[in-house]
Design a protein around this ligand. Structure first.
Ligand SMILES: NC(=O)c1ccc[n+]([C@@H]2O[C@H](COP(=O)([O-])OP(=O)(O)OC[C@H]3O[C@@H](n4cnc5c(N)ncnc54)[C@H](OP(=O)(O)O)[C@@H]3O)[C@@H](O)[C@H]2O)c1
Length: 290
């Protein structure tokens, strides 16, 4: 069994490390704040004093830290992991990052002739702990093939999507939807609460309709279906009514303000009698300016 290292023991890193220990891998860990490793060391993990020392000790290194700045610091600072990477080593970067940072890191790691994948995760620490997260994997196919069993030990759902930044963007793209979901649920429940409506009933109805709505709208957009079920004129009217009712109840709906702005843009372009799903075309710059 190959030895693995985990750099970054926040919410996600600890869950990943626990799964790897449970799967029987010899594990070494490093974190800027050492005491976050305590429970893992008690479970049998070893400690490395720096990211560089960790990479020297293991075959495969997983990094999962906050952001672009954190990963660059851990790679490049004194004791950083970049200088310890050699051709036999593989880095699996799992943080949510931008394509520019992933590209930069990938090019530096290629100079060392080491292998690298970007494998950001969809799902929180409890999903990881339960093996239910979704991993988007990008990078050279041969590198992916050599570590796919490790990724599958972290989560049963792993999608290999091709070149390295494809996975970076796939994760960001999926998270956009989740962000809207979150704000959507928060907005609906805030308005329900302000109007003294039964919040759990609203929550139940939203839960029941969420999956079929996502499926139906996704199908409509992907298949460019032109059938009209709800016009943009009516869609814009609804946005206005949400905002008017919310103002009366003292609820702030910033995302619906942005949606109304987009709907008005569509009406200005003469799209009022088209189906509301044609708003998707406005998001694709090239199509919108055609
Ligand atoms: N939590 C989630 O639900 C979730 C879900 C999907 C994806 N993600 C992504 O996964 C990554 C990790 O998230 P998390 O929730 O585990 O974050 P977290 O709990 O806030 O942990 C952040 C980790 O990054 C380290 N770090 C931050 N800045 C650093 C720096 N300048 N130098 C060295 N280390 C630094 C922290 O070290 P210290 O312990 O020393 O502060 C810690 O290990 C993020 O990119 C996040 O967007 C998170």
């Amino acid at each position: 069994m190959r030895s693995i290292g985990v750099i970054g023991l926040g919410q996600m890193g600890v869950s990943i490390a626990r799964r790897l220990i449970a799967a029987g891998y010899p594990l070494t860990v490093y974190n800027r704040t050492k005491n976050k490793a305590d429970s893992l060391l008690q479970m049998g993990a070893s400690w490395a004093d720096s990211p560089g020392e960790l990479v020297e000790k293991v075959d495969v290194t997983i990094t999962i830290v906050s952001d672009n700045q954190a990963i660059e610091k851990l790679a490049l600072d004194e004791g950083g992991f970049l200088n310890s990477l050699t051709p036999a080593k593989i880095l699996i970067e799992m943080s949510t990052l931008t394509p520019a940072t992933v590209r930069k890191l990938f090019s530096k790691i290629r100079e060392k002739e080491a292998g690298m994948l970007h494998c950001p995760i969809l799902g929180g620490p409890l999903d990881v702990y339960g093996g239910r997260a979704t991993i988007c994997a990008g990078g050279p196919k041969s590198v992916y093939t050599s570590v796919s069993s490790i990724l599958e030990d972290i989560s049963s759902t792993v999608h290999y999507v091709g070149e390295i930044t494809k996975a970076t963007v796939m994760k960001l793209s999926l998270n956009i939807m989740l962000t809207h979901y979150f704000l959507g649920v928060a907005s609906s429940l805030s308005m329900a609460k302000a109007a003294k409506l039964p919040p759990y009933l609203i929550h139940d109805i939203l839960t029941r309709i969420a999956e079929p709505v996502v499926q139906k709208l996704g199908d409509k957009i992907l298949n460019q279906e032109e059938s009209i079920t709800f016009t943009l004129n009516n869609f814009e009217k609804d946005q206005r009514y949400f905002l008017e009712a919310a103002a009366e109840l003292g609820v702030h709906l910033p995302t619906n303000e942005a949606v109304q702005k987009l709907a008005l843009e569509a009406l200005d372009k003469g799209m009022g009698n088209l189906d509301f799903s044609s708003l998707a075309a406005l998001l694709l710059k090239e199509e919108a300016t055609d």
